[in-house]
Structure formats: structure tokens, C-alpha cells
Design a protein around this ligand. Structure first.
Ligand SMILES: Cc1cc2nc3c(=O)[nH]c(=O)nc-3n(C[C@H](O)[C@H](O)[C@H](O)COP(=O)(O)OP(=O)(O)OC[C@H]3O[C@@H](n4cnc5c(N)ncnc54)[C@H](O)[C@@H]3O)c2cc1C
Length: 405
């Protein structure tokens, strides 16, 4: 299929899909534009493990856009509708109720679902995952009768859930076979410090994986690898990653390998279909990024491709995590650093750790230090050489470093 798009259907109303439609309209696309989602009004996902789970924000407060925005953007929003088939050859998308939507271009923004480990008992009623609003509601409803909680996986979502549930008064055990989770993203020292914060808040951390779950009348018996005796808890939350939703792409014959394979312009192996966000994996190097800002930026890139323009420059990778009242931001790729420099007093917020390769910043992680994170993004993007001693000195004006010293 070639030529200019006139009828675009975006499948999935997460940040990647909503960003795609917003960028299309902002870029001057004036053809028909339909956004289909299996859920209700498109909402944001990060609050589900934070303020939404804690009950501090409701559904209307986490909407990605207010309901009227879709009208003002001339976007036809079709909610509570599941796309069941893509028919790129005949220019159609089929919904579960049999409705066929005309589409000369489709953008797949289907995200993914929470992974469950293939172990006995992983699907019992007291075993929760957290990906959707329904998951979060189910977990919240179970909390009043649950005091003892096991969170499996201390990565981003597991750590946030453990923090939120401890804040709600639960006795939390946080199990992960990795002693210092997130080391690759934030460096080993900050990873150790972050993990210590769980213990400081009364969470019992265990360096062990989950072997089995047995459901009994007095709770769930959780056997952790290497422990002689099972732990009895009221509720288990699995935070062990996500699986891209690639079913539609596979059925339509697109190239899929643990994600819909896309090029730098978000094109799939079918020229009429693009894909964005957590559903995708880069064809060139196999990377998959499961963070909000990457999904948002994918949408902008897909819109540029649909408008026949070159892909915009990608922002420096960035994600955040909130736990125990602290805002953690991670920029670039700390794993590429050959040495690190701490700015401020390590462990005494605000502080940041910069990863350098030679005299170039390649990554950074900050705790309650937004200015350091924003500066790091620009230092990485601009490949601006820095003096390590100046970077470490909290009295150095970071904006001066952006000007090259
Ligand atoms: C609990 C939680 C907390 C997070 N916290 C952070 C954070 O603090 N910082 C950060 O950077 N990232 C965070 N993330 C990751 C971030 O939210 C994701 O990377 C981002 O939401 C991915 O967006 P997406 O649009 O690709 O997919 P999704 O948000 O998963 O959206 C996909 C949408 O597609 C719809 N869909 C799927 N199949 C169909 C179909 N066949 N028909 C119609 N609709 C369909 C789904 O209903 C869904 O609404 C978090 C994720 C979770 C789950």
C-alpha cells in the first residue's frame, strides 16, 4: 500500500495510541482518525501502582485526555470495543461485534499484559497482577481482608506496589532472586540504596525466586527457592514483567518476535501497518523499551511516518519510578558508563549519580532531583563534555555545564 493516508485506525488507547492521534492532528493530518480501545476512556497506566492503588486519585483524574478532547481533535473514539482482526489488503479493521472500520493505515498500539510465571498455583484467586484498571480495582478490593502480602519481583512495578501496600499498612514481603534489582538501569550502588529503602520502611526483602503457590483455607502458602518452610500470606502480587500483545499482528501475518518488529519509523513488515509502544520490538537490534516516554515518543514517530516526514530525533531515554515518597528518574544508559560521579551527598536527597564514558555523560539516575535528570538528558543528547569534579560539586550551576563548562 502506498500514498498518503486518509483513513487511519489506531488500535489501543494507551499513551502510545493517544500520542499517535495527538501528533497526527498536530502535524496537520486532516483525514479520518479512529481510536479503538477495549477499555473505557483512555487513561494513564503509571498511577495504577501509585496514587490510584493508594486511593489518592480516581479514574477521572488519570485520564490521558478529557472526554471532550477527542471531539475537538476530530478523533472518533470507540471504547469498550475489541479489534479482532486486521485486514490490510482490503483496508479494514474488524471489531468483536462484527463492525468493520475502513482503514488505509492501521497503527497497532496494543501494549501487553502482565506476565505470570509458569509455576503451580500462579492463577489462584488470591494471586494478583497489575497492568490494567481492572487489575488495580481487583487488588484494592482484596486489600481490606489482606494483611500479609507477598510481592514477587522487585523491579519497577513490584517495588512500587510493595511501597504502596506498605504505606497502606500491609505486612509486605518482597521477593526477588536478584539481590540488587535495577542495577543495570541505575548502577549497583544506587540499586543497593533503593533496595535498602524497602527495609527501612519495614518491608521484608528476600533474595529468592518463587517456586510454588498452594492455596489453603488459611491463606496462600508461598514456597520461595532455597527456603525450607513456606510463607503463609493472604495475598500475592506478581510483578515479573509483561508480555507484548501481538495476537492481531501474528494473525495478520506481520513479523513478530516477542513484540511486533518495527523499523526506526515504526513500520512493521506490512506497509499499511505501523506499531508503537510496549507491543513492539526494534527490528534492528531487538531492543524493547517498556517505559511511558518511549511509548509516547513512538507515537510521534509513527505520526511523522504517516505524514510522509522523516522520523523526529528521539529524546534521550528517560523513565521514572515513585516509591516511599521519593521520585526516582533514570536517564540514558548507565550500563554504558566506565565510571560514575555522585552529585550531592549520596543517600541524602536530593542527589544524583551520573554515569560517564570518558568525559561524556551517558546516563544518570536521580532521587528527588529533577534538575539533575533534566540536565543529564540534555548532556547526553548534546554529547557535551563535562568536568567530573564540576559535575560532582553541588554548588556548580548545572546550566553552566550545558554551555560546555
Ligand atoms: C502499573 C504500571 C506502572 C507503571 N509505571 C511507570 C512509571 O512510573 N514510569 C514509566 O516510565 N513507565 C511506567 N509504566 C510503563 C508504562 O505505563 C508503559 O510503558 C506504557 O503504558 C505503554 O503504553 P502503550 O500505549 O504501549 O500500552 P498500554 O498502556 O498497555 O495500552 C495498550 C492499550 O491497548 C488496548 N488494546 C489491546 N488490545 C486491543 C484490541 N485488540 N482492541 C482494542 N484495544 C486493545 C488495551 O486496552 C490498552 O488500553 C508502568 C506500567 C504499569 C503497568
Amino acid at each position: 500500500m502506498s500514498g498518503v493516508a486518509h483513513k487511519v485506525v489506531v488500535v489501543g488507547g494507551g499513551i502510545a495510541g493517544v500520542s499517535t492521534v495527538a501528533a497526527l492532528r498536530a502535524g496537520g493530518y486532516d483525514g479520518s482518525l479512529t481510536l479503538v480501545d477495549a477499555g473505557g476512556l483512555p487513561h494513564d497506566r503509571p498511577p495504577l501502582s501509585k496514587d490510584y492503588l493508594a486511593g489518592r486519585r480516581g479514574l477521572e483524574q488519570i485520564a490521558l485526555q478529557p472526554p471532550e478532547w477527542y471531539d475537538t481533535q476530530s478523533v472518533r473514539l470507540v471504547t469498550r470495543a475489541r479489534v479482532t482482526a486486521l485486514r490490510p489488503a482490503s483496508g479494514q479493521v474488524e471489531l468483536a461485534d462484527g463492525t468493520e472500520l475502513p482503514a488505509d493505515r492501521v497503527v497497532l498500539a496494543t501494549g501487553g499484559s502482565a506476565a505470570r510465571p509458569p509455576i503451580p498455583g500462579a492463577r489462584g484467586s488470591a494471586v494478583h497482577v497489575l497492568r490494567t484498571v481492572d487489575d488495580a480495582d481487583r487488588l484494592r478490593e482484596a486489600l481490606p481482608s489482606a494483611r500479609r502480602v507477598l510481592v514477587v519481583g522487585a523491579g519497577l512495578i513490584g517495588a512500587e506496589v510493595a511501597s504502596t501496600l506498605a504505606g497502606l499498612g500491609c505486612d509486605v514481603v518482597l521477593a526477588d532472586p536478584v539481590a540488587r534489582p535495577l542495577s543495570a538501569a541505575v548502577g549497583p550502588d544506587l540499586a543497593a540504596w533503593l533496595h535498602d529503602q524497602h527495609r527501612a520502611r519495614g518491608i521484608h526483602t528476600v533474595a529468592a525466586g518463587l517456586a510454588t503457590l498452594t492455596h489453603t483455607s488459611s491463606g496462600v502458602e508461598a514456597a520461595l527457592v532455597g527456603e525450607g518452610r513456606a510463607r503463609v500470606v493472604d495475598l500475592v502480587v506478581l510483578g515479573v514483567g509483561m508480555v507484548s500483545d501481538t495476537g492481531l499482528a501474528e494473525a495478520a501475518g506481520l513479523d513478530v518476535d516477542r513484540g511486533v518488529l518495527v523499523d526506526a519509523g515504526q513500520r512493521t513488515s506490512n506497509p499499511a501497518v505501523l506499531a508503537v509502544g510496549d507491543a513492539t520490538r526494534a527490528r534492528a537490534d531487538g531492543t524493547r523499551v517498556e517505559h511511558w516516554d518511549a511509548a509516547r515518543s513512538d507515537g510521534e514517530c509513527a505520526a511523522a511516518t504517516l505524514l510522509g516526514r522523516p522520523a523526529p530525533a528521539r529524546p534521550t531515554p528517560w523513565f521514572w519510578s515513585d516509591r516511599h515518597g521519593r521520585h526516582v528518574e533514570v536517564v540514558g544508559r548507565m550500563a554504558d558508563a566506565d565510571h560514575t560521579v555522585a552529585r550531592g551527598c549520596f543517600g541524602d536527597e536530593p542527589f544524583a549519580v551520573f554515569g560517564l564514558r570518558g568525559n561524556l555523560v551517558v546516563g544518570a539516575a536521580s532521587v528527588d532531583d529533577g534538575l539533575a535528570a533534566r540536565t543529564a538528558r540534555r548532556l547526553v543528547a548534546g554529547a557535551i563534555p563535562v568536568d567530573a569534579a564540576q559535575l560532582a560539586d553541588p554548588s556548580t550551576n548545572l546550566r553552566r555545564l550545558l554551555r560546555g563548562g
